[in-house]
Design a binder for this molecule. Structure first.
Ligand SMILES: [Fe+2]
Length: 382
C-alpha cells in the first residue's frame, strides 16, 4: 500500500504508529483530559489504573454511542473544560466526535438554540488563545473521524442528526495502535470497516470526485477488502491491521474532500428510527447503489477502479460486497425491519439533500425505494 505520507492531502495530518500504553504515559498529566467510553476504559485497563490512582489526567466518559446532543449540551453548560491543554480521545467515531464537540465549546464557539434546532455560534472573543490540542487514538478502523473536522451528534428525542465543524476541529495528532484494534470486539470491527468501505465508495461515485482521489480510493479498497475477507473467513487479522488503519484514515481524508453521498443519506433514518449501527446502515445498500450508479453513468470508470482493486469488473465487485454482507451476518441487524416494512414511510428523510445531492446521479424516492427493497431482499435470503 502507498505510504500515507506520500499522498499530498495527508501532509496536514500527523500520524504516528505507537502503542496506547506509551501514549497514556506521555500525556499522564493534569493538563490532559481523556475522552473515552466506560467500555474502552475497561478494555484498555485504564479503569484499573484509575482505581490505583496511577493516572493524573481527568477523564470524561459521560456519553453513549451515537452521542445525544441534549445530554452533552447540558453537561457543557455545567462544566468548563477550557483549562485543559490537551484532549486525548481513545475510542471509535463517537468518542472522537465528543472530543471535537468539547473543544469547539471550549474555544471559539458555543451551542445555542434557534427555531427548535441546536446551532453552533461563534463567541465574540475566544475563551483561550489557542484551541485545545486533540490527540486521538482510534480504537476501531472505520469512522475516519480522526481525519475530519466534523462532529456528528444526534437528537434522540426529535430523531435528528447534527454535524458541526470549525476550522480548528480536525485532530492534531493521530495515533495508530495495532493492539487497540486486536482488542476491539469483532462486531465493532465489522461495523467500522464497512463504514470505511462506504466512505471510499461514496467518494468514487461523488460529484466532487477528482482524479487525484484515484490512487487513494484503490489503496483504501484493496486494504479494506483484505481485512473484511479475513474476518469473513476467520483468518488471522494481525497481518492486515496496519493497512486497515491506514485505509480508515485515508477514507476519512477522502470524505473530508467530497463529503458522503447516497449510502449515508439513506442510512440516517435507519440509525435514528431503528437503531441500526452506523457502519451497517451506510453499507447494506452499497451493491445496489453501485449497480444503479453504473447503469446511469460512466461504467468504464467503475470497471477500471474495480479491476485495479483485483475484481473482474465493477459488477463483480458489487456481487462480492453482497456476499461479504451475507457472510458477515449483516442481515441479523434487520430482522425486525424484514417483518414490519415501517421504513417505507421514511423515504423523504432518506433523501437528505446535503448528502444525496453529492451522488453522481440524482436518486428520487422511487430509486431509493428500489435500492432499499432490493438490498433487504438480498439480506433476508441469508
Ligand atoms: Fe460513515
Amino acid at each position: 500500500m502507498e505510504k500515507i505520507t506520500n499522498w499530498k492531502k495527508y501532509n496536514q495530518l500527523q500520524i504516528l504508529n505507537e502503542d496506547l500504553s506509551n501514549v497514556v504515559n506521555k500525556y499522564n498529566n493534569r493538563e490532559t483530559l481523556v475522552v473515552s467510553s466506560k467500555g474502552s476504559l475497561e478494555r484498555f485497563v485504564l479503569s484499573d489504573k484509575l482505581q490505583k490512582r496511577e493516572l493524573k489526567f481527568s477523564i470524561f466518559d459521560e456519553f453513549t454511542p451515537e452521542p445525544d446532543i441534549n445530554y452533552l449540551t447540558n453537561i457543557l453548560n455545567k462544566k468548563d473544560f477550557s483549562s485543559f491543554t490537551n484532549i486525548l480521545s481513545i475510542g471509535g467515531g463517537s468518542t472522537i466526535d465528543v472530543a471535537k464537540f468539547i473543544i469547539m465549546n471550549s474555544f471559539e464557539h458555543y451551542i445555542d438554540r434557534e427555531n427548535n434546532r441546536f446551532v453552533l455560534k461563534k463567541l465574540k472573543s475566544a475563551k483561550k488563545t489557542l484551541p485545545i490540542s486533540h490527540i486521538t487514538v482510534p480504537t476501531t478502523c472505520g469512522t475516519g473521524s480522526e481525519a475530519t473536522p466534523f462532529a456528528t451528534l444526534w437528537d434522540k428525542n426529535l430523531k435528528e442528526k447534527y454535524s458541526f465543524q470549525t476550522n480548528y476541529s480536525t485532530p492534531k495528532l493521530i495515533i495508530h495502535c495495532p493492539s487497540c484494534i486486536l482488542k476491539c470486539p469483532q462486531k465493532i470491527l465489522i461495523q467500522s470497516s464497512l463504514d470505511t468501505l462506504s466512505h471510499t465508495l461514496e467518494c468514487m461515485w461523488n460529484k466532487k470526485f477528482s482524479n487525484s482521489f484515484l490512487i487513494p480510493i484503490v489503496d483504501s479498497l484493496k486494504s479494506t477488502f483484505k481485512f473484511l475477507n479475513a474476518i469473513a473467513v476467520g483468518t488471522d487479522l494481525k497481518p492486515h491491521i496496519n493497512s486497515m488503519q491506514q485505509a480508515s484514515t485515508l477514507a476519512g481524508c477522502l470524505i473530508n474532500q467530497t463529503k458522503t453521498a447516497s449510502a449515508h443519506s439513506i442510512s440516517y433514518p435507519f440509525t435514528t428510527y431503528f437503531g441500526i449501527p452506523h457502519g451497517i446502515a451506510c453499507s447494506f445498500t452499497l451493491p445496489e447503489i453501485l449497480r444503479l450508479n453504473m447503469s446511469h453513468s460512466n461504467s468504464v470508470f467503475y470497471n477500471t477502479i474495480a479491476k485495479e482493486v483485483g475484481f473482474l469488473d465493477a459488477l463483480n465487485m458489487a456481487d462480492h460486497i453482497e456476499k461479504l454482507l451475507i457472510n458477515l451476518n449483516v442481515g441479523y441487524y434487520f430482522d425486525d425491519i424484514f417483518l414490519t416494512q415501517d421504513w417505507t414511510s421514511l423515504l423523504k428523510e432518506m433523501s437528505n439533500p446535503s448528502r444525496m445531492l453529492n451522488n453522481i446521479i440524482n436518486f428520487n424516492e422511487k430509486d431509493i425505494l428500489k435500492i432499499v427493497s432490493k438490498s433487504l431482499v438480498k439480506l433476508s435470503n441469508k
